[in-house]
Write a protein that binds this ligand. Structure first.
Ligand code: E4P
Length: 228
């Protein structure tokens, strides 16, 4: 599996880059808005410096028509680098843009996916990743679990290279469900990752191990300290 961070927050990216086997970072205009009116390109380049060239950076276009999306895409590639995954909504105009960008050999993530049909069209258009919006689907009474499973099946049946980067999670259960249904990747906001690791039982177990060890080998001792 691949785990990406769904944030543009520099502090969170620095923190979780050290903790997670991080495959990359995803952003969208609403995620960028949370950081205030930043210098957009400099901000994205800072994220690139933190995660390095070997991890993925997914950046979304803002324009809503094909021509505007292609201009946004070109600007993103010029101002950041040509390895960026261009996030394009799987709308009518977006699908046109995806075809053009793939023809040019660029990295593309089809986003804003609420339905199986959108996903299938994006897979057929050759998107590298498709981003089904798990929580938003559930909010609309769409069965996100079944939808992700169907997308994974379609990828397998069509022998496609497309991967699912499931997105829009509001809790840990949604993340694990998406992975269990065949999503190859998930992009998760820092607060949901924090939820996953913030179990009092985990801290309690670690404390108990330390106490048991120290009760025999002395306070403050560790395995390394046995060597003196
Ligand atoms: C990421 O690629 C998506 O744009 C993001 O996860 C959407 O999340 P939201 O539903 O919380 O806005």
């Amino acid at each position: 599996m691949e785990i990406l961070l769904d944030t543009a927050n520099i502090e969170a990216i620095r923190k979780y880059e050290a903790i997670l086997p991080l495959a990359g970072v995803t952003t969208n205009p609403s995620i960028v808005k949370k950081e205030g009116k930043v210098d957009f390109f400099s901000h994205m380049n800072t994220i690139r410096e933190i995660i390095g060239q070997e991890r993925m950076l997914h950046v979304q276009v803002v324009a809503e028509d094909k021509a505007g999306m292609l201009k946004d895409a070109e600007t993103i590639l010029d101002q950041i680098d040509r390895e960026v995954y261009l996030k394009i909504p799987a709308s009518e105009e977006g699908l046109k843009a995806i075809k053009a960008l793939k023809k040019a050999g660029l990295n593309v993530t089809a986003t804003a996916i609420y339905t199986k049909m959108q996903a299938y069209l994006a897979i057929a258009a050759g998107a590298d990743y498709i981003a089904p919006y798990f929580n938003r689907m559930e909010n609309l009474n769409i069965d996100a679990t079944k939808a992700v499973a169907a997308m994974a099946n379609e990828i397998e049946y069509s022998n496609s290279k497309t991967k699912i980067v499931a997105a829009s999670f509001k809790n840990v259960g949604q993340v694990t469900t998406a992975l269990e249904q065949g999503a190859q990747a998930v992009t998760v906001a820092p607060d949901v990752i924090a939820q996953a690791l913030a179990m009092p039982s985990i801290d309690q177990a670690v404390d108990d191990f330390t106490k048991d060890w120290e009760s025999v080998f002395g306070e403050g001792s560790t395995i390394a300290s046995l060597q003196g």
